[in-house]
Design a binder for this molecule. Structure first.
Ligand code: GUN
Length: 321
């Protein structure tokens, strides 16, 4: 009883450390590909318009590829770009033999048809894993170029040796970027998977049964103590900002609070996920922080996907598994 009452906080899952590990592996593989086969994998990133968040995400992707020895192309197009113009650029990237990966940053401006754009990308160069062919392969449990954020979460679980087989994994959120592919990947790893979302009635009924809980909704404080099973692994994919110090006091654990209040005082706001860390820390077994959790893994996995795409296409490596 006493041991339980002085129970420690959840273990923090260090996304930064795992991302650094993955990036080191990618950099080593880039050197090996260059030495053995004489090429450097090339990632082409396309951004349309001037969405501020996209600008930061894309420059991060380009910067990381350069750091790891990949070749990167950064195509920045005006918000007025037409569907035909964007399709022509993708067609050109599809046809260029030195381009291994193509990423079109989302969201696109309203007047563009994202579905048609994503379907125009050569599935072998689809490093985001958003093309229906890759989505279908993933749904069939086959190897595929898979979306980077959920693929990064799988790497995190594997590298921390967190068992998925037979465990109940609950995913909150059903986006094409995180929730749906996450559920497929957990299923492939033999978890029993429940998908919930913003319209799920009595969300806590489901989440409180989760051995592994992945939350990707974009709603501050969505997951509180009552949503958690004691000892659960909690993966917080949310990326929100709060500016209110009183609100911060109800959301951050004591161990984190002072630092966050200082950040709010200095910058006007601080990053926060979808999980109430103050309530989750004493109850969860392991938890990802925000920032420093899954966000960093996404970029690392994009680099890994670019190498994978290069190998599949250049070596015509059979992808049958
Ligand atoms: N916008 C937010 N996340 C992503 C992502 O993983 N890939 C792309 N292309 N756009 C995004």
């Amino acid at each position: 009883m006493l041991a339980e009452s002085i129970r420690r906080e959840a273990e923090t899952l260090d996304g930064a450390q795992i991302a650094a590990e993955i990036k080191r592996e990618v950099a080593a593989e880039v050197v090996q590909l260059a030495e053995t086969y004489g090429f450097h994998p090339c990632l082409a990133v396309v951004r349309v318009g001037d969405d501020a968040a996209s600008e930061i995400y894309v420059s991060n992707k380009v910067k990381t590829s350069n750091e790891l020895g990949l070749i990167s192309e950064h195509h920045v197009l005006p918000a007025s770009t037409s569907q035909t113009e964007l399709l022509a650029i993708i067609n050109d990237l599809n046809n260029r033999d030195n381009v291994d990966g193509i990423l079109v940053q989302l969201p696109l401006p309203e007047h563009l048809n994202s579905i048609q754009i994503l379907e125009a990308i050569d599935p072998e160069k689809d490093v985001d894993g958003f093309h229906p062919l890759n989505v279908g392969r993933l749904a069939q449990g086959l190897d595929a170029l898979a979306p980077c954020t959920p693929a990064g979460i799988i790497e995190l679980l594997e590298r921390y040796k967190i068992e998925t087989r037979g465990k109940h994994a609950v995913v909150v959120g059903r986006s094409n970027i995180v929730g749906r592919p996450m559920a497929q990947m957990l299923l492939k790893k033999d978890a029993t998977v429940t998908i919930t979302h913003i319209f799920t009635e009595n969300l806590a009924y489901y989440t409180s049964q989760a051995d592994i809980l992945v939350v990707a909704v974009g709603k501050i404080g969505l997951i509180t103590g009552e949503h958690l099973k004691t000892g659960a692994t909690v993966i917080d994919v949310g990326m929100n900002r709060i500016a209110d110090a009183a609100e911060a006091r109800s959301l951050f654990a004591d161990s984190e609070l002072e630092k966050r209040l200082a950040i709010i005082a200095k910058n006007g706001s601080t990053l926060i996920g979808d999980v109430n860390q103050r309530e989750a820390m004493p109850k969860a077994g392991r938890i990802t922080p925000v920032p420093g959790g899954v966000g960093l893994l996404t970029v690392a996995m994009l680099m890994k996907n670019t190498i994978k795409a290069a190998k599949i296409r250049r070596f015509r490596q059979a992808v049958t598994k």
